[in-house]
Ligand binder design. Structure first.
Ligand code: PLP
Length: 399
């Protein structure tokens, strides 16, 4: 025991702590709008029908050999098409270095390690606020972090001027982390026009854009539309990096399946970069898990299953969009004098409500409603059954 005398308990993860508190509450009224995972209108976790069908097809038909270090090339191929476009010239010209990653987190981490190994003095600009794990990932990869303006509390929307200023003022050739769509935790995305301006400014400054795309399809219901930011950057000739995840849009949370890709100058460079990404993976986890990758490649490689998936993603996105409307309407019906327009303006899984930590504490203590203290509501936890109760409670604490 003397070996670990200096070890103190780690700080609790702010998001996982919410679920723990929710589970310990025995009130029949309790509501969990903290968790970042999709729930159906009965508040139950969902396994997509396309996933069930893919599992039936896989079951008993395959061995359990290791995947190559770079993972399932079939899965990676299909995944690149989603981000870069079916007919992408970058795919055709083999300019993309891509490997299977341990979901979005693993893709970000692999990139951060790659960045540190080959550009050890580079920094990463991270939006404020962001998914809290971004800070942990680049910290543990020993990459210095800078921040950039993103969210404007007064409008509960984008701080476009602040964002553009920070892009301009960063040293030429800086690395920026961008949320491709459905920004977490704010639900605030730039418009298409704004993305074009951002891309031009990046070009002027010679910045590198690393897109974290954890919610493709989850924002609008259409994966093509949600990839717009990336396509704009590609059209402008940027050599970008992308972290992709199937946690949310295929509901494969625990399978840990995703992809890291980096656009290179040519095929030769892409081969070199890919080999180095594999080299980084080897001492960490050797090779990625096989089951989730098989599910994804079975779905995306089969036109009927892919069609079913697209339909099911849209159902999930539409339910969330519907709950945004219902929450806003309920608050307005209750006579709240505050503006709740941002509830429907924001997009994706989260609503950055603007509630203070004290108001959130009251929601939890008086109404058994659980969420992170930054006022982030997971719209995935809102249902036709609890939206009225949630609205009444929010109205009471924001009076
Ligand atoms: N990036 C963002 C912005 C996220 O919100 C999440 C999940 O909450 C992730 C990445 C990573 O998720 P996973 O590692 O499960 O794919």
């Amino acid at each position: 025991s003397s070996w670990w005398k200096s070890v103190q308990p780690a700080a609790k993860d702010p998001i996982l702590g919410v679920t723990e508190a929710f589970l310990a509450d025995h009130s029949p009224d309790k509501v969990n709008v903290g968790v970042g995972a999709y729930r159906d209108d009965n508040g139950k976790p969902v396994v997509l029908e396309c996933v069930r069908e893919a599992e039936r097809r896989i079951a008993g038909n395959l061995n359990m050999e290791y995947l190559p270090m770079g993972g399932s090339m079939k899965m990676v191929e299909e995944t690149l098409k989603l981000a870069y476009g079916e007919n992408s010239e970058f795919i055709r010209d083999k300019k993309i270095a891509a490997v299977q990653a341990l979901s979005g987190t693993g893709a970000c981490r692999l990139f951060a390690d790659f960045q540190k190994r080959f550009l050890p003095d580079s920094q990463i600009y991270i939006p404020i606020p962001t998914w809290s794990n971004h800070h942990n990932i680049w910290r543990d990869a020993h990459v210095a972090q800078k921040t950039y303006h993103y969210y404007k509390p007064e409008s509960r929307g984008l701080d476009f001027a602040g964002l553009m200023d920070d892009i301009k003022n960063a040293p030429n050739g800086s690395f920026f982390l961008l949320h491709a769509c459905a920004h977490n935790p704010t639900g605030v995305d730039p418009t298409e026009e704004q993305w074009k301006e951002i891309s031009h400014q990046f070009k002027d400054k010679g910045h590198f854009a690393f897109f974290d795309m954890a919610y493709q399809g989850f924002a609008s219901g259409d994966p093509e539309r949600d990839a717009k930011s990336i396509r704009i950057f590609l059209e402008d000739g940027h050599q970008i990096g992308i972290a992709q995840s199937y946690a949310k849009n295929m509901g494969l949370y625990g399978q840990r399946v995703g992809c890291l890709s980096v656009v290179c100058e040519d095929e030769k460079q892409a081969i070199a970069v890919k080999s180095q990404l594999q080299q980084l993976a080897r001492p960490m986890y050797s090779n990625p898990p096989v089951h989730g990758a098989l599910i994804v490649s079975s779905i995306l490689g089969d036109p009927d299953l892919k069609k079913l998936w697209l339909k099911e993603v849209k159902v999930m996105a539409d339910r969330i969009i519907g709950m945004r409307t219902a929450l806003r309407e309920n608050l307005e019906k209750l006579g709240s004098p505050l503006s709740w327009k941002h509830v429907t303006d924001q997009i994706g899984m989260f609503c950055y409500s603007g509630m203070t930590p004290e108001q959130v504490d009251r929601l939890t203590n008086e109404y058994h409603i659980y969420m992170t203290r930054n006022g982030r509501i997971s719209m995935a936890g809102v249902t036709t059954g609890n939206v009225g109760y949630l609205a009444r409670a929010i109205h009471e604490v924001t009076k």
